[in-house]
Ligand binder design. Sequence first.
Ligand code: PLP
Length: 344
Amino acid sequence: MEKKDLDWGSLGFSYMPTSYSYVCNWRDGAWEEGGLTADHSVTISECAGILHYCQECFEGLKAYTTESGDIVCFRPDLNADRMYETAERLCMPPFPKDKFVEAVKEVVKANLEWVPPFGSGATLYIRPVMFATGVVIGVKPATEYQFRILVTPVGPYYKGGAVPISICVSPFDRAAPRGTGNIKAGLNYAMSLQANVEAHANGFAENLYLDSQSRTYVEEAGGANIIFVNKEGTLVVPQSHTDSILPSITRRSLVVVARDILGMNVEERPVKFAEVEAGDFVEAGLCGTAAVISPVGKITNGDEVIEISGMEAAGPVMTKLRNTLTGIQSGEIEGPEGWVVKIA
Ligand SMILES: *Cc1c(COP(=O)(O)O)cnc(C)c1O
């Protein structure tokens, strides 16, 4: 199979249509068979539920080539689980978990020429998405839905080492207590865009959100969880009293890597922003599928600037965690059973 003639190393994080997408519709109370399509557009009624009451959710994972030439993806079963739970919270019919993993494999296999080669740092980003296609005008769940997976090649997140980023505490809130912060719904992003645009305009790479109930605990960034390392070298992972942190698969994997592979102490507990202000943490990182870990050099809160590990270089623990997880993903380091799933 010939690879597409793309300059893999200089791809950005942007959309490019590929050969096939996967599509499956829910009609008459059941998911249809589903399959591949070369049509990358969606035609829906002007009265479709997604357009009015925002019944929509998504996932994000990636397929890539290992050193030995296998095409694999990382823990797709956890994306299937999370999308299942998200759909239930939004009164959408959950997509069967086995069918989800099979659909990921099928669509990647159909687009092998778009999977970046080993060593390029690029990956094939996989974006499952589900939305209400059925018509609704009164407020209620729709009766028809579409599940879709698009894939698109994306470039290396960091072209040459992970560089520290500067983030700010957002004056906005991301997620309400007992709200939807723990599910991967597009609606959580719509209301974060203004905060995002303002943070970027002020020179920050990302927002750090505090819990909206007391505004004293650290929750997460706009699209990534945050983790810390304290002076004793313990990995400190914020937990939410109000269950409003998105359960990042990267973060959950890093906890296992830290504890079981690197032999580190790990504390998963609520973290007060006052601990950050007091200088308790010597390293911090944002974690998610795209970057794995973005080291955080400093955190600004209004007029206050808190140096974490500084803007010169990523701290040693974040570097070790990142290298270990990316090593497991690429097959260079043996990871827990079932994490790396072979597609081709
Ligand atoms: C997707 C997402 C993350 C990262 O999750 P991963 O499974 O690690 O990619 C973190 N926070 C939010 C709000 C997200 O939507």
